[in-house]
Write a protein that binds this ligand. Structure first.
Ligand code: ATP
Length: 516
């Protein structure tokens, strides 16, 4: 099935099974805003806990904070968001659709890259074992021609974006003959800048001075509390401050479900270091963060680094961790070496010293920062799109059946254990309830007694529950139950007294943390 169709199915699955709903649905929805349902919130909380614990529990020198969404408006001038948090916007006059001009160009580059990949695959088939990938890519005239086009477009785009040359951005779109995906025409408006911050008013007077912004990132809440945390926690450089919270961006084009939202959640960590050590720390955080992603067991080939061609003027290194979504490799996390730009700028705008006295170096300085910044919702989408599987299975009587199973990493699954009495009679329900009463303190458990066991299994598969236990007549005699595994559908008999330990060994966040 085409990736697009699988993605559509995933979106309807998320709704049907209580993971994600369109916001304000009964009022026809609010574009690019979503609500998390009863299972979605559990998965989201587990993702956040895994991130938080990996930062705050595992590192003595990282602490967390929870700063307010509303902040002094000067903060956004200091950070550069008032002046420069813009996206270049372009409209197609025929379809009336609005696009981010840089994204149109990036999509065009991707298409050219796909062309090369196809050529390479065709040649690999033709030449078999004798095929030399590097030689083909560096000598084949067609590949070289397309590669030259890519290089030229990239070079022009980086230059135009760096210098904010909107006319040139439009010219690239014209020269590359990029068409609107909806109307198929090249009838474009000029490119304009669009600020992504939402404004609102604070207090009872609505004059210019009461304008404030909904934060477009959580990082600034960390920077402005740098000294508070450093002093009250007696933190010594190097140290980090972590935060999880909502961020808001008035995205021009909200696409791909929860990939690009107008209200979303970030998990950010700013690591404060001595100037001159930033590239070393940047390399370390790149490695640490990639390990965190890979520990989920979704496949190492699903991730790659994408180093930035265009660096922000204050950054001296930046990379994205990209995940292979059904619509291609896209950013889930950014790692940036931000120098002393943020603290230096707040020092200037607030007039307060943002310095640290380094007892080892015996001097004062504005610390440098390496940031790791990941979107909870994008992480959620990566897990769901990887987990969603439709498969054919054999029933006990030999006939074929189908099931939809969410192969969510067990430690992140919304429900860990489903408890089924085989039938409601003979005291089986009471026994099952008794087991539930014991285990509910340790895991998110669900008790179900309606329908056949097969149907109950299907329902749990569809929400990604890694374990189901069935209480039958043997349970009453021997105090054992059948434990059924979601992914293999295998079953084993296990003593009731061992359940807690066996399941904890497979579903606790600790199992993930130990891999780091
Ligand atoms: P993009 O280029 O996709 O707009 P970005 O580079 O602006 O992303 P950052 O500012 O580095 O993103 O934000 C850090 C992380 O926050 C991103 O890696 C992503 O996971 C998440 N994020 C950013 N914007 C959104 C959004 N509109 N919806 C959901 N998550 C987002």
């Amino acid at each position: 099935m085409a990736a697009e169709d699988v993605f559509k199915k995933l979106i309807s699955h998320c709704k049907e099974y209580g993971f994600i709903f369109q916001s304000s649905e009964i009022y026809d929805g609010l574009s690019a805003v979503y609500d998390y349902g009863q299972y979605g919130v559990e998965l989201k909380n587990n993702i956040k806990k895994y991130w938080w614990d990996s930062m705050v529990l595992l590192n003595e020198n990282i602490v967390g904070i929870d700063s307010a969404i509303f902040m002094h408006p000067e903060i956004w001038k200091a950070s550069g968001h008032v002046g420069a948090f813009n996206d270049p916007l372009i409209d197609n006059k025929d379809s009336k659709k609005r696009y981010r001009a840089d994204v149109l160009i990036e999509d065009h580059i991707q298409k050219l890259e796909d062309k090369i990949t196809k050529e390479v695959e065709k040649a690999a088939k033709r030449f078999g074992d004798a095929f030399d990938n590097t030689q083909f890519r560096t000598t084949n005239p067609r590949v070289l021609e397309v590669q030259a086009q890519i290089n030229l477009v990239k070079e022009r785009m980086v230059k135009a974006l760096t210098t904010d040359d909107l006319n040139e951005i439009k010219q690239i779109i014209v020269d590359a003959e990029i068409v609107c995906p909806v109307s198929g025409t090249r009838n474009w408006t000029d490119v304009r800048q669009f600020n992504l911050m939402f404004e609102t008013k604070i207090g009872s007077v609505s004059d210019e001075s009461s304008t404030i912004y909904l934060r477009p990132e959580t990082a600034q809440g960390i920077f402005v509390n740098f000294l508070n945390v450093q002093k009250s926690g007696r933190m010594k450089i190097p140290f980090g401050i972590a935060q999880i919270g909502k961020a808001f961006r008035n995205e021009i084009v909200a696409r791909q479900f929860i990939f690009r939202m107008r209200e979303f959640e970030q998990m950010e960590m700013q690591f404060f270091i001595a100037p001159g050590t930033e590239l070393e720390w940047f390399a370390k955080w790149k490695e640490t963060r990639m390990k965190w992603h890979k520990s989920l067991g979704m496949g190492d080939n699903k991730y790659r680094f994408h180093d930035h061609d265009k660096l922000a003027f204050y950054a001296n290194a930046a990379t994205d961790i990209e995940f292979e979504f059904p619509f291609g490799f896209k950013e889930v996390e950014g790692i940036h070496s931000r120098t002393d730009h943020d603290l230096g700028s707040h020092q200037k705008f607030s007039g307060k010293k943002m310095q640290y006295f380094d007892t080892e170096l015996n001097k004062n300085y504005v610390p440098y920062v390496v940031e790791t910044s990941i979107g909870v919702d994008r992480m959620f989408l990566s897990i769901m799109s990887n987990a969603f599987t439709e498969e054919k299975i054999k029933k006990d009587d030999g006939t074929e059946d189908e099931r939809v199973v969410l192969r969510i990493p067990p430690a992140l699954a919304p429900v860990k254990l489903a408890i089924f009495p085989l039938i409601k009679k003979d005291g089986l329900s009471e026994k099952a309830r008794e087991i539930h009463e014991q285990l509910k303190f340790d895991f998110n458990c669900q008790y179900e007694e309606k329908d056949t066991i097969g149907r109950r299994y299907r329902r749990q598969d569809a929400i990604g529950t890694p374990f189901c236990i069935t209480i039958d007549h043997q349970t009453m005699d021997y105090n054992t139950v059948t434990l059924r595994y979601r992914d293999t559908m295998q079953q084993e008999r296990i003593e009731v007294d061992k359940l807690r330990e066996v399941i904890a060994g497979k579903v606790s966040i600790r199992t993930l943390l130990e891999r780091l």
